[in-house]
Write a protein that binds this ligand. Sequence first.
Ligand SMILES: Nc1ncnc2c1ncn2[C@@H]1O[C@H](COP(=O)(O)OP(=O)(O)OP(=O)(O)O)[C@@H](O)[C@H]1O
Ligand SMILES: [Mg+2]
Length: 297
Amino acid sequence: MNTMNTTATRDVAVEEQEQKTQPVEDPRPEQAELEEGKTVGVPYVDDPKFRLRDVEVFYGESRAIKKISLDIAKNEVIAFIGPSGCGKSTFLRCLNRMNDSIDICSVKGSLELDGDDIYNSKRDVVELRARVGMVFQKPNPFPKSIYDNVAYGPRIHGLANRKSDLDEIVENSLRKAGLWDEVKDRLDATATGMSGGQQQRLCIARAIAVSPEVVLMDEPCSALDPIATAKVEELIAELSESYTIVIVTHSMQQAARVSHRTAYFHLGHLVEVNDTNKVFTSPEHEMTESYITGRFG
Ligand SMILES: Nc1ncnc2c1ncn2[C@@H]1O[C@H](COP(=O)(O)OP(=O)(O)OP(=O)(O)O)[C@@H](O)[C@H]1O
Ligand SMILES: [Mg+2]
């Protein structure tokens, strides 16, 4: 047996194998340069509901949002996507001043709702939040009856003078939230005894009971099963006929299903805003592409 030959053959085989398992070179840079305040795509629209310019948000010294400019159109569903910690919730909360409750948080820039400054010190924040409602990641019904949860906002805002008016608002809101048939016979039952999906739809009913113009949703389906998720998504499609909806989601399929435009955030920057179809089929920015193809996130 010729050992020299055997060794030579094995070396060739090992070499070939090594060549085969060499990682394929990815010509794209690991982290493209992000230019502050620069967003590719279509961030602006005519006659917007929200006009947001050079928005910066600080938690103490740390800047979580870096000069973001964006318009949000009337009756549009816009999805915010991006890796964890990139500032989606922080930016969303600026739209109805939910960040006000965080002591160390400060907001700079120009933020307008229908042409009026959201951060004007004379603005009535309770009225703002009635116009710009919010649905959170985790359903948070009050420990009250189903009826009282939905009636809460209309009561504090004095939207109904008579019991029959309030009944009508409660029924309409529950119908719009796709929950009426499931709960109409137990409106006095406590809301915390409902399933997670029902609780989330109840929170949506509660948010729309005060006839808001905008509904902000921060990962509204992350605690729901696929059936409850499908119901909430159907609801978003229906609501978009009368409301502006801003939804943060980690599910790209969900963004693709429910939104008209998608905004991609990265490390406090707004990298790209485009028609949802374009973002998911031919994104303009390489970082958007890296994210939607799962290279990071
Ligand atoms: N209350 C807070 N106090 C201090 N820093 C905060 C606070 N909330 C958020 N941050 C910081 O701001 C940055 C953006 O956070 P944010 O919650 O907006 O990200 P996100 O995109 O919503 O993330 P996720 O997808 O995980 O919800 C992060 O660095 C986070 O640590
Ligand atoms: Mg968040």
